[in-house]
Design a binder for this molecule. Structure first.
Ligand SMILES: [Zn+2]
Length: 234
């Protein structure tokens, strides 16, 4: 009988060790946004990372920058190189205001950039050449057009081996997905998709037709300020 109890206890102990070992492996995996600058500094408990893709645009980006200035909040802009090439002043303003200017794409044409790993890296380098010309330095931060979700692992490896760290998102204003009637919609999508988690990486866009995104951004910032969140950049 004692032997039976001993065997059962040993089995439970062995299972517990394996479970703890597996938990350690999975829980310690870095997330797509674990390298954020703010987290490296002070590890605030609750942080929102506002990210804006597909800019700069003459119509929307300056409005978003005005709101960020007024609210004293920093954000990350994943830019399109071909648009930035003729809008150096907007990128310079983003950079000089303390926002992060990061790589999204030069052309944003999926059929070209996702043709091969070489094509993808060439697109990134072209975008980074524009960033370097304006800010003086290349960016190591990248967002895959459409996100990394479901992409061929070879494309993802090519990017990380090229020295870039990529950022996806876990919340969205859905301003690229549907035709919305007002900023309140985008605000509610953002809040409900984030579900008050402690690390929120929010997807929004500053391309020229996102007319409701600036007002939604102001509402989103105020919502999270009231709930004690900090605002981080990558
Ligand atoms: Zn995009």
């Amino acid at each position: 009988m004692n032997k039976k109890y001993f065997a059962a206890a040993a089995t439970i102990l062995a299972v517990a060790i394996v479970v703890l070992w597996l938990a350690n492996i999975f829980l310690c995996q870095p997330t797509a946004f674990s390298f954020a600058r703010t987290q490296e500094r002070e590890q605030p408990e609750k942080t929102v990372y506002l990210t804006f893709d597909d800019g700069p645009s003459d119509r929307i980006t300056p409005k978003i920058l005005d709101i960020l200035d007024n609210e004293n909040v920093k954000a990350t802009f994943f830019i399109i190189g071909i648009q930035a090439a003729t809008r150096n002043g907007i990128i310079r303003r983003e950079h000089e205001s303390g926002h992060t200017v990061a790589v999204h794409s030069y052309t944003h044409i999926y059929s070209d950039i996702y043709r091969s790993a070489e094509a993808l890296i060439d697109d990134i380098d072209r975008c980074n050449a524009v960033i370097k010309k304006i800010t003086g330095a290349r960016s190591e931060i990248y967002r895959f057009p459409g996100g990394s979700f479901g992409l061929d692992g070879k494309l993802i490896s090519a990017v990380t081996e090229h020295g870039l760290r990529y950022v996806d998102w876990n919340a969205s204003t859905r301003d690229a997905e549907r035709c919305t009637s007002c900023a309140e919609d985008l605000y509610h999508y953002a809040i409900s998709s984030a579900a008050d988690s402690n690390n929120i990486v929010l997807l929004a866009h500053d391309s020229t037709n996102k007319v409701y995104t600036p007002d939604a951004t102001r509402m989103i910032i105020r919502y999270y300020k009231q709930r004690g969140y900090s605002f981080g950049t990558f």
